[in-house]
Design a protein around this ligand. Structure first.
Ligand SMILES: [Zn+2]
Length: 81
């Protein structure tokens, strides 16, 4: 453990209070096909965020509509600040 190790440790650099996005978490657990379908649903202006949240939750991926919306706006990446 030294300065170099610490600076190269992304966990130590991460903001302590930044909640990990539930959608990013779910996407990291999906297969490539599922990720593609979910990203397409998120990009579809006709798709309801509430329905996406409901579909994910009913398939065992518990997520709130607000998390879906925040992720779809890319606010979870901190780009909106
Ligand atoms: Zn996200």
């Amino acid at each position: 453990m030294g300065l170099l190790d610490d600076l190269n440790d992304s966990n130590k650099l991460a903001k302590k209070n930044s909640m990990r996005c539930a959608m990013c978490e779910i996407l990291s657990r999906l297969t490539a096909d599922e990720q593609k379908a979910l990203n397409e649903a998120l990009a579809n202006p006709d798709a309801s965020k509430a329905n996406i949240a409901r579909i994910l939750t009913s398939n065992g991926y518990k997520v709130s509509q607000s998390s879906v919306t925040r992720h779809a706006r890319r606010e979870c990446l901190g780009l909106s600040r």
